[in-house]
Design a protein around this ligand. Structure first.
Ligand SMILES: Cc1cc2nc3c(=O)[nH]c(=O)nc-3n(C[C@H](O)[C@H](O)[C@H](O)COP(=O)(O)OP(=O)(O)OC[C@H]3O[C@@H](n4cnc5c(N)ncnc54)[C@H](O)[C@@H]3O)c2cc1C
Length: 512
């Protein structure tokens, strides 16, 4: 094992070498490696887990694109609310107008079909209308439902990852799995020269003669870091165990500054004893506050806190970003988090709407199905059942009068088409009146994190004094630019744009 008590010295003899070393094989690592290789650099990816794909392969695979860079920049400025310097946002805005060409070229190379469609930003900020999504619609001989046996993800992410994966193979870029990088190696001038990794259990020092790109994700699977940086706890991780903040720690070891550590992507969901991940509630379409909910999608549940009160709009405009935030309240009077866990409640009509839980994972030996009508989950105890409001109050351990008041208020809102308490969109509202009632504990969920090392406009990781750490780059969700409101599709935009820019930068360094 690596000696973790002191910074590793430059070894007398390296165990291996490459030009550009990429840590992690999700979209950011894949995009970086393909670009570095295409620039003529010898490129190696070290991947911690037995399979590549990271959280990327589970994603919806929507890449945020834009028509006009100035408009995109204006929107990004508003959505980041001063947490990221303009000069760092500019390349992302510009990249959004060009990146579809790069991803399209990868798709074309494997005969995949793609789609580019308009998709304005969620919030009514300047530039809202300039945006769209780029997606891969079909990949020959690839079925996202079983193309990767260890993955149960959203089809778009599987297809896009397959495109990246095939492009890596076409170029014979080595992806060394079961190879967690544990330390960065820098010389006495602070120039990063390589890494230490555990390749199939064997400690190896690998030299990177042009640079190291950290594309090793965030800390969604590191409960200790979450305890330090997040107010509400515990937060349950959705799908992937490999992202434990290793890149953040390694960059900090060399003096990196960090940002946006509080900001994570996620909504709320279920926890099952013995199952390693949280299960998020079914993804509902996003809506824009300046348009209201335009698609006729019902959300059959409400959420109650531990006292039996509704506490949030269960269907916020972009659930995957802000859906967990109302859970964070800490109550000093009683020293608890009254909404962790909260209760999810549906009635018999709501139960029949659609599968309320949506299991996702990228992990071997894990498997979970959720029934379309939620009956199996009622039978196996994920949902408990109550045949009357009195029984429900007893099951939730709340005052029956308060529960009746909460239900009455909610059902009146449904009748009037107005949620006067939390502004839930009227189209989504369904009364909770027909027994039996089904209820389950519900927890804040993290899908992926935004925080990590600060980088500049060239993806160079900056130290606490704002100086670039020589030959060390960040890409993807490791240190995302988003530190206020996340913009859907932008993590993948950051993976492809940041991965590419980091690789262009690393590949042009002189050989050590
Ligand atoms: C359900 C879901 C849907 C989503 N949909 C979208 C979407 O449509 N659009 C969008 O923009 N975003 C979406 N996101 C977010 C997006 O998927 C992620 O932000 C993005 O995929 C992160 O990519 P990445 O390459 O940075 O990290 P990852 O894909 O997680 O890759 C990081 C890799 O690094 C490896 N690694 C970690 N530590 C080490 C180490 N020490 N050594 C070597 N390797 C290491 C990991 O094992 C992993 O394979 C979604 C997220 C989820 C969960």
């Amino acid at each position: 094992m690596t000696d973790l008590r002191r910074a590793p010295a430059i070894p007398e003899q390296w165990d291996g070498e490459t030009d550009v070393l990429v840590v992690g094989c999700g979209f950011a690592g894949g995009a970086a490696a393909i670009t570095a290789h295409d620039q003529g650099a010898k490129t190696l990816i070290l991947e911690k887990m037995p399979d590549p794909g990271g959280i990327s392969v589970c994603s919806a695979g929507s890449v945020r694109v834009a028509q006009d860079a100035n408009e995109a920049f204006a929107y990004l400025q508003a959505t980041c609310a001063g947490t990221t310097p303009d000069e760092t946002l500019r390349p992302l805005a510009e990249g959004m107008t060009e990146i579809s060409e790069f991803v399209e070229s990868l798709a074309t190379a494997v005969g995949a079909t793609t789609q580019l469609r308009e998709a304005p930003g969620t919030y009514p900020f300047p530039g809202q209308a300039t945006f769209g999504y780029f997606t891969v619609e079909d990949v020959p001989e690839f079925d996202p439902a079983n193309g990767y046996p260890q993955v149960r993800g959203m089809p778009g992410g599987g297809r896009l990852f397959n495109v990246v994966d095939r492009n890596l193979r076409m170029r014979s870029i080595e992806v060394r799995t079961n190879s967690p990088v544990t330390r960065l190696i820098a010389n006495s001038d602070g120039v990063v020269e390589g890494v230490i990794a555990e390749c199939d259990g064997k400690t190896q020092s690998i030299r990177a003669r042009r640079g190291v790109i950290l594309a090793c994700g965030g800390f969604e699977a590191n409960p200790d870091m979450q305890k330090q940086f997040w107010q509400g706890k515990p937060v349950v991780s959705t799908a992937f165990a490999g992202n434990t903040g290793d890149g953040i720690r390694m960059a900090q070891d060399l003096g990196a500054d960090i940002w946006h550590m509080w900001h994570y992507h996620g909504t709320y969901g279920f926890r099952i004893d013995g199952y390693p991940f949280g299960i998020r509630t079914k993804r509902v379409p996003d809506w824009r506050p300046n348009e209201g909910q335009t698609r006729d999608v019902k959300m059959p549940w409400i959420l109650l806190d531990c006292d039996g009160r509704r506490f949030m709009n269960e269907y916020e405009p972009y659930m995957q970003d802000t859906g967990h935030r109302p859970f964070e309240r800490f109550r000093p009077e009683t020293q608890d988090y009254p909404r962790i866990p909260a209760w999810l409640l549906v009635d018999e009509e709501g139960r029949k709407q659609y599968a309320i839980g949506q299991p996702l994972y990228n992990q071997r030996d894990v498997s979970l199905e959720w029934s379309a009508d939620n009956l199996r989950e009622a039978e196996n105890g994920i949902f408990k059942t109550a045949n009357s409001v009195s029984e429900l109050a007893a099951g939730l351990n709340v005052s029956e009068d308060r529960l009746r008041a909460s239900l009455e208020t909610w059902n009146d809102f449904c009748r009037d088409g107005l949620d006067d308490d939390h502004r839930r969109p009227p189209i989504s509202m369904m009364p909770i009146a027909t027994p039996p009632f089904y209820y389950s504990e519900i927890w804040p969920i993290v899908s992926n994190t935004q925080g990590g090392p600060v980088h500049d406009s060239r993806q160079r990781i900056l130290d606490v004094y704002g100086q670039a750490i020589p030959r060390l780059y960040a890409a993807g969700e490791l240190g995302s630019v988003f530190g206020h409101l996340y913009m859907g599709g932008s993590n993948l935009a950051e993976c492809f744009i940041g991965g590419r820019n980091a690789a262009l930068e690393a590949a042009k360094q002189t050989l050590l």
